[in-house]
Ligand binder design. Structure first.
Ligand SMILES: [Zn+2]
Length: 234
């Protein structure tokens, strides 16, 4: 199966492509918007061409690259595999994080998305240190307890645990090099640490405040009829 650009510039898609959108997160079809002109490809004979699609769900542009397989009189054959330029970004509830932590953590996750695993590890350590500044006293101890918890729930092996511990909690030691496999564990660990520390805490505090507010309203509502009865009987 392939994709074609016909000599009347029509684009023929072998199979409609549906993928997770890096903008809205929906698994939506890609609809062609701009495809390479037949004459230009025939004249310049590139190895790859760029195409622009749009997300059927959110309308954002999706930039795609395809290999040119053959150039004929009638049509140009492009590879069936369309490689998307923008990768799907990791998601997180950044709204619960202190501003500086959120800013650094976005970059941290972007490093992971770009497959820059050692840069990702460095940024994890920075995120941890900035988070501690917000938590104040006993931050390191608290995070260490959270880390042990994640390790035991996630059933992470000893060698990986030691390496992640050095990355996250090491002070002066060099950062060890990290593989794709270890980075995959690290991303889950750091997301969980931040979730436990900021998101869970923020949600819980908001829920308690809300409950207390409505409990107060309820108590006030219970008082009102008595007041009203008194006024009515007066
Ligand atoms: Zn979308």
């Amino acid at each position: 199966m392939a994709n074609y650009v016909n000599n009347d510039n029509n684009f023929e898609q072998a199979n409609p492509t549906s993928r997770e959108c890096p903008h809205c997160g929906a698994h939506a079809p890609l609809l062609p918007v701009a495809t390479p002109p037949f004459e230009v490809v025939r004249r310049t004979k590139p190895r790859h061409v760029g195409l622009v699609f749009r997300c059927a769900a959110c309308n954002e542009p999706r930039f795609v690259r395809a290999a040119v397989r053959s150039i004929g009189e009638e049509r140009i054959e492009l590879s069936a595999t369309l490689t998307e330029i923008e990768r799907v970004r990791e998601r997180f509830q950044y709204g619960y994080l202190p501003e500086r932590v959120a800013r650094l953590f976005r970059e941290t996750l972007d490093c992971y998305t770009a497959d820059c695993f050692n840069a990702f590890a460095c940024m994890c350590r920075r995120t941890v240190h900035v988070s501690w500044e917000h938590i104040g006293r006993h931050a390191r101890l608290r995070w260490h307890a959270l880390f042990q918890d994640v390790v035991s729930i996630g059933d992470i092996d000893g060698a990986t645990t030691r390496k992640l511990e050095t990355i996250l909690f090491g002070d002066q030691e060099d950062l060890p090099e990290i593989s794709a496999d270890e980075a995959a564990v690290l991303i889950e660990v750091i997301k969980d640490l931040l979730y436990q520390c900021f998101v869970r805490t923020g949600k819980l505090k908001a829920a308690v405040r809300m409950r207390r507010f409505f409990a107060g309203e309820h108590a006030a509502a219970n008082v009102t009829p008595i007041e009203r009865r008194r006024l009515e009987s007066a």
